[in-house]
Design a binder for this molecule. Structure first.
Ligand SMILES: Nc1ncnc2c1ncn2[C@@H]1O[C@H](COP(=O)(O)OP(=O)(O)OP(=O)(O)O)[C@@H](O)[C@H]1O
Ligand SMILES: CCCC(=O)O
Length: 359
């Protein structure tokens, strides 16, 4: 490995995270948190581009990094075309789709834009994204929703799910491509994926009201009641959308998206907090059961990851319901920056070729 320098960028809904790696070693890792007031100045996600990009560049300069030596700038991929898993060279079409948000607004749309901007300032540098949220490896049978006007799409925590699955495979000395795994990412949003020999053949769409509820998302709602709500004239479209994403789940029931606070309130005996925390665990366990069926019962392991997986209460609750299916392993938190950097390293060392974003 000769002087490979990588900048990894992960724009999240309330933070911008970035890290610099030299020779595969992390030299700087920063999380810049953004208050609701700060972000409310911008009407659209894309309007935050200058602000977030400026913060990263200022931080790098402040830390005295010789940015000119960075040749790989890799961002979290956004809501663009559905893609197969891998590392993609950022091209103009991807930038256009991310900028216009034609497949939806999400902070990750800023990933390719910021990576591209920074790479353009450095002679010889290139911009990439890896395992974007739109990684789609769904089996054909999983695409049917129940109505031809509505096709299921694969939108999930692909980067962390794949990284956790690969980490587990490495830990047990097996190849990811040889295993059947169920991975539950338990973060602000929740996705539960069936990984069949290296492909996520079914997963709930974590950004479209599917699957378990989460700290800030409603998950699947009763369709009939939702239709009535939409036409009740009591709510605007945006309000309903926020009930599903941003203000559903813990936020709707308990007024907070902080699972640590919910756990404390439950431990202090607050009855509603106890019920809702258990209901979240129950729904996650139910989704894991569904994915076991998708894998015909052949499940090498169930992996719990994401911020909520730090909660011993929750992981024990879920484990008690699903351990009859397979062994459960807990990988709390996420290290998406590390996952991005590892992907860039695989390109830098020639282990993989970057893919082209389709025309
Ligand atoms: N030690 C802990 N115990 C319980 N919950 C925790 C702990 N640490 C963090 N969390 C919870 O994890 C959630 C955030 O998880 P995470 O950081 O994985 O999500 P995110 O990155 O904001 O969103 P997403 O994972 O959907 O992209 C918050 O509700 C937070 O309170
Ligand atoms: C599924 C996309 C990632 C997120 O939860 O924000």
């Amino acid at each position: 490995m000769s002087d490979i320098r990588i900048l990894a960028i992960n724009p999240g809904s309330t933070s911008t995270k970035f890290a610099v790696y030299f020779e595969g070693e992390c030299k700087l890792k920063k999380t810049l948190r953004h208050s609701i007031e700060e972000l409310s100045l911008y009407e659209n996600i894309i309007d935050q581009f200058e602000f977030r990009k400026g913060l990263i560049i200022d931080s790098l300069v402040e830390e005295g990094f010789d940015v000119d030596k960075i040749k790989y700038v890799i961002g979290r991929g956004g809501l663009t075309y559905s893609l197969k898993s891998g590392v993609y060279l950022v091209n103009n079409r991807m930038l256009k789709h991310a900028r216009a948000g034609i497949y939806g607004q999400h902070a990750s749309n800023l990933g390719p834009l910021i990576a591209d901007y920074i790479a353009l300032q450095i002679p010889g540098a290139h911009a990439y994204v890896a395992d974007p949220v739109v990684v789609d490896e769904l089996d054909e049978i999983a695409r049917f929703s129940g109505h031809p006007l509505l096709e299921r799409r694969s939108i999930f925590h692909a980067l962390n799910q794949k990284a956790t699955a690969r980490l587990h495979a490495k830990k047990i000395g097996r190849k990811y491509e040889k295993l059947n795994l169920i991975v539950a990412h338990l973060g602000g949003g929740i996705s539960v994926g069936a990984h069949c020999k290296g492909k996520v053949i079914d997963v709930n769409n974590a950004l479209d009201g599917e699957g378990p509820f989460s700290p800030e998302r409603s998950g699947t709602l009763p369709a009939g009641q939702l239709i009535d709500l939409c036409f009740s004239k009591k709510y605007q479209k945006d309000e309903i959308r926020r009930m599903v994403i941003g203000e559903g789940g813990y936020v709707a029931y308990l007024g907070t998206n902080d699972a640590m606070e919910v756990e404390k309130r439950a431990a202090d005996g607050e009855e509603l907090a106890i019920k809702i925390q258990d209901a979240l665990g129950y729904q996650v366990a139910k989704s894991i059961g569904e994915m076991a069926v998708v894998l015909n019962g052949y499940v090498d392991a169930i992996l719990l990851t994401g911020g909520l997986a730090y909660s011993k209460y929750l992981t024990r609750f879920i484990t008690s319901k699903v351990e009859f299916i397979s062994e459960v392993h807990v990988y709390p938190g996420e290290d998406e920056l590390e996952a991005l950097a590892l992907n860039a390293l695989r390109v830098a060392t020639g282990e993989i070729e970057p893919l082209d974003y389709p025309n």
